[in-house]
Design a binder for this molecule. Structure first.
Ligand code: PMP
Length: 432
């Protein structure tokens, strides 16, 4: 099939909200390592990694080999039978969990949405409370509860609302809801969670769910004290803290395996997907053992912990460890950050550079003083980088944040290439 046929059939047979990037969508046909090729044979340097999912590079040979071997051996049995791959993966994840004397237990599903849905249900069952706190600008997923915890209007169709979810102010310092400046704000956004609980809930809270860095929201990076102020408030009202590590997990933020490790708090429950398995549809919820042990209702996840996807996840984790990719995210991410900061000195349409490790964003504005968002500028930059052979992502409530997150195997040389293209593209899109 040629690219135009694929585009036409996509329009004809898929729901219209399965939307694609670019004015004329890009049709990938193959990929390897840091590179993606389209149907016209054009090669792209991938700095978005299938939405932060291809953590160890496209078609990573070790991952492909081990997964293919498992596919030939035992493809599917459902959660009704224990297999070696599911217990190996659960044990591996528990060994990577934050310190907790009673240990951790796992529930595998097939997506980040299901992981969050399971995390929230786990908290509701464990606490007996119904109300939950999510963040404005957050992204939760497509399932009912996850969809309603989103703080982003375009993902919330009319009529989908379910009760019991309250949205706290996001730690979005660049656009502080209170008009304050960090650090003199003294974490007003976090402290306001107490007022939210006192005024909008029954006073009993099941959980607070938050992304350590808000991904779809535009890599909004909370100040280092944020969770240390927010989480004790939740605990005071009986709630549990769920870290949504779907984007920030597996070394993406550089210093640590988990994004929340950057903030000095321990979650009670964690949600994972995306980078966990280099593209296999794996979701996982990890809960402290005493919380998991309260989940005694019946539950089947037909595809959860499928032997093929578990082997793909285990192979991905072993590449992350053996090739020291957490360290690489830190070093190469720091190099990327320096380069983006240098671009911000040259191009005034960059309002803010933010992020951690290999999860970096540029927020584009029409004017640095008014901070008016520039979604058209973001669209122009997407087109300009595509033309030059670089894939990046876009996000933010206003569609004006460029999201830059390559596979964690990226080298400084890859970053040099990406920065060169970004610089040329910023120059072109500024004057367009
Ligand atoms: N949580 C976060 C932080 C996400 O970024 C996403 C996906 N963008 C999800 C949950 C939902 O994941 P999925 O698309 O796999 O359902």
């Amino acid at each position: 099939m040629d690219a135009n046929t694929i585009r036409a059939k996509h329009k004809q047979f898929l729901f219209p909200n399965v939307s694609n990037f670019y004015s004329e969508s890009l049709v990938p046909v193959k990929a390897q390592g840091m590179s993606v090729w389209d149907s016209e044979g054009k090669k792209y340097l991938d700095f978005f990694a299938g939405i932060l999912t291809v953590s160890v590079g496209h078609c990573n040979p070790k991952v492909v080999e081990e997964t293919a071997a498992q596919l030939r051996t035992l493809g599917h049995v459902s959660t009704l039978y224990p297999t070696e791959p599911i217990v190996r993966m659960a044990e591996k994840m528990a060994s990577l969990a934050p310190a907790h004397p009673a240990g951790w237990k796992l529930m595998f599903t097939s997506s980040g949405s299901e992981a969050n849905e399971t995390s929230i249900l786990t908290a509701k069952v464990a606490t007996g409370a119904q109300d939950m706190i999510a963040l404005r600008h957050s992204y939760g997923g497509r399932t009912a509860t996850a969809l309603n915890m989103m703080g982003h209007k375009s993902y919330r169709p009319r009529g989908s609302e379910i009760p019991g979810i309250k949205h706290a102010h996001a730690p979005y310092c660049y656009r502080c809801d209170f008009g304050l400046t960090y650090p003199s704000c003294e974490m007003r956004c976090a402290k306001d969670i107490e007022t939210l609980i006192q005024t909008e809930t029954s006073g009993a809270v099941a959980c607070f769910i938050a992304e350590p860095i808000m991904g779809v929201g535009g890599f909004i990076t909370p100040p280092k004290e944020y969770f240390q102020v927010a989480v004790p408030i939740i605990k005071k009202y009986g709630g549990l803290f769920i870290a949504d590590e779907v984007q920030t997990g597996f070394g993406r933020t550089g210093n640590h395996m988990w994004g929340i490790d950057n903030y000095g708090v321990t979650p009670d429950i964690m949600s994972f997907a995306k980078g966990i398995a280099n593209g296999a549809p794996v979701g996982a919820t990890m809960a402290k053992a005493e919380l998991a042990d309260k989940q005694t209702y019946s539950s089947i996840a037909t595809f959860g912990g499928n032997p093929v996807s578990m082997i793909q996840a285990l192979a991905t984790l072993s590449v992350i460890e053996n090739e020291r990719l957490v360290e690489n995210s830190k070093v190469v991410g720091g190099y990327l950050r320096d380069g983006l900061n240098a671009l911000a000195e040259r191009f005034t349409q960059i309002g803010e550079v933010r992020g951690m490790g290999l999860m970096q964003a540029l927020e584009l504005v029409k004017d640095r003083k008014t901070k008016e968002p520039d979604p058209q500028g973001a669209n122009r930059l997407m087109e300009a980088t595509r033309k030059r052979g670089l894939l990046i992502g876009k996000g933010g409530l206003y569609g004006n944040v460029m999201r830059i997150a390559p596979p964690m195997i990226a080298t400084k040389g890859d970053v040099d290439d990406a920065l060169k293209i970004l610089g040329e593209s910023l120059g072109e899109s500024a004057t367009a």
